[in-house]
Design a protein around this ligand. Sequence first.
Ligand code: AHR
Length: 327
Amino acid sequence: MIITRRSLLAVTAGGFAATGLGGLAWAAELPKLKKKDKYKVGFAQTESNNPWRLAQTASMKDEAAKRGWQLVYTDAAGSAAKQVADVRSMIAQKVDVILLAPREEKPLIPAVMEAKNAGIPLFCIDRGVDPTMAKAGRDYVAFIGSDFVKEGMMAGDAFAKAVGGKAKIIELQGTTGSSPANDRMKGFKDAIGKYPDMVIVASQSGDFARDKGRQVFETLYQAHPEATALYGHNDEMSMGAIAAMEAAGKTPGKDIMIVSIDGTKDAAQAVADGKIAVLVECNPHFGPKAFSSIVDYADGQTLAAALVNTDRLFTKDNIASYLPEAF
Ligand code: AHR
């Protein structure tokens, strides 16, 4: 049975998250990739509104240029629907392989499955899709990126130590429905669960964006003036929250302790300045690993389902050596 775009969307909308893919027969096995000197690679970016995304795009473009490969680049501008359309356009342009940074876990499933049905190998880059709906090694080649649960745990463990096991925390979540938001929330909660006096007093999405982070923090802090800490799922939201704290006459790093994730220049400087206590890296430099994985796959290697990046932990004690490479 060939799944058409219409039936796939109907199934997705009808909630095949609940039933999984078990009952459906797909048109093809995981597509193979012919060995060639140069490839036409599609890179479907989710948005370009923060330094992490810009560093990721630059890394892809640099690597393509270094190898003399053609890069078909799209920017979904924060819209999962546009990102699905971007992948469809790449399929129509007959790219050899697709690198997809899925904005959210469920809405990008049609893009993954349509690439498979078109015989185009696809890698999920940096963010994952819902594993009950599409699986690495079966529906797409592999996931390449960070372990977001581990990042959340690293953040929670190190932060609990930094604040002596006691904090009333405002959490700024990433984009609702995205794998980093879901997993960073889980990892952090698991880590602070060991400390009875580490409590999340409010938690809301700031959509991984600086100004949204500022606005959401301002509102949550007004409702919870007892808060003593901030957990930002990314640096842009944390920097927005720092602006809100300073506007409210509070001193970040004293009145409100902060733990954040990414490793941008601004956040690394904020660690050096004593405003952020704990910073967990999320490495955006995917180009070399993504492109060499394409070559490995064309060589016939069976890739691991998840090719996981190693992320570092920074505090005031070791931030100086990281600052020159911060993005
Ligand atoms: O998926 C990785 C996250 O997405 C980064 O933490 C964030 O800055 C980006 O938008």
